[in-house]
Design a protein around this ligand. Structure first.
Ligand SMILES: Nc1ncnc2c1ncn2[C@@H]1O[C@H](COP(=O)(O)OP(=O)(O)OP(=O)(O)O)[C@@H](O)[C@H]1O
Length: 293
């Protein structure tokens, strides 16, 4: 990379992110390279979703600069598709899969404009890509969690974008659904698009081109080899990079006995961090514990 601005999809400097009074991400600087897959990884409550929300223009930074495609994020929103972690439609919403995917076209089309041939084609293509075309007439609440997740991703890709952001797209998916989304991610970069996703899976992060490690701030950003070091992982997870099935307790010479694997993360974390994450104070406790880049 030459370091020119056009090489970067996202450039952030001194970024501070809050939810109301709650400080979620402390002053952070990082860049996301263009045309690559970037994985954002970190413990529960470390600020991954918050960072994505800011990059998608859903959350306004309290301070710092955030540029997407070289411009303020609000001017780049039409180039971004953002699939949130948990999309909640009210129980019994009479919407079919096709209706939900069609909603992906509204930002560019406007709510009351008639659908054009190209809009219908984009919706159909997105449903086929996510393998939900045969569910097109089913109601959303008749689907499994994994099928629903694929519908939400289809809605995101129907929109048309250069930057696709997926918040924990693989969580809770079976092998086939996970493969479908994995294929999509690679197809995106084949088309020159950029993908930013959050994950709890170290293997998924290792397979990415670029990694951002969160711990209440951006602790490290770079290639997987640069970021996913034992030292960095210890600094945010407390006890290292050991990857074990969720919900188990381990006796490991490196970690000591009786360390719990967090249910959602599958990554060893110390109790101090998980208590802090639970209470929403992860950013504060990371800084107090001296977990700095
Ligand atoms: N809407 C909100 N209002 C207040 N605080 C929030 C809100 N959303 C997130 N937070 C807090 O901001 C911090 C970062 O949350 P965020 O969801 O970004 O973490 P995360 O790394 O994505 O966590 P997880 O792995 O559990 O999804 C947490 O302390 C969380 O409690």
């Amino acid at each position: 990379m030459s370091g020119e601005s056009q090489d970067w999809v996202v450039e952030a400097d001194g970024l501070v992110l809050r939810h109301g009074d709650h400080l979620a991400v402390r002053s952070s600087g990082f860049r996301v390279p263009r045309g690559t897959v970037t994985a954002v990884i970190g413990p529960n409550g470390s600020g991954k979703s918050t960072l994505l929300q800011a990059m998608a223009g859903v959350l306004t930074p309290s301070s710092g600069t955030l540029r997407v495609f070289g411009q303020p994020v609000e001017q780049a929103r039409h180039q971004i598709s953002f699939v949130m972690q948990s999309v909640v439609y009210p129980e019994g919403t009479p919407m079919t899969v096709r209706d939900v995917v069609r909603m992906g076209r509204y930002p560019s089309l406007g709510w009351f404009r008639p659908f054009r041939r190209e809009d219908r084609a984009a919706v159909q293509e997105a449903m086929e890509q996510m393998d939900v075309a045969d569910l097109a007439h089913r109601h959303l609440d008749e689907l499994s969690g994994g099928q629903r997740q694929r519908v939400y991703v289809a809605q995101g890709i129907a929109q048309g974008h250069e930057l696709l952001m997926l918040d924990e797209p693989m969580t809770g998916l079976d092998l086939v659904s996970a493969r479908t989304i994995d294929d999509l991610i690679h197809a995106e970069t084949d088309h020159g698009h950029s993908v930013v996703l959050t994950t709890h899976d170290l293997d998924e992060a290792r397979a990415a081109d670029h990694v951002i490690l969160m711990g209440g701030r951006v602790v490290a950003s770079g290639t997987p080899g640069q970021v996913l070091t034992q030292e960095n992982l210890e600094s945010v997870y407390g006890l290292g990079s050991i990857h074990r099935p969720a919900g188990t307790f381990i006796d490991d010479p490196e970690c000591g006995p009786g360390v719990q694997v967090l249910p959602e993360s599958g990554v060893v974390a110390d109790q101090a961090w998980s208590d802090a994450a639970e209470s929403g104070d992860a950013a504060d406790s990371a800084e107090q514990a001296g977990h700095r880049p």
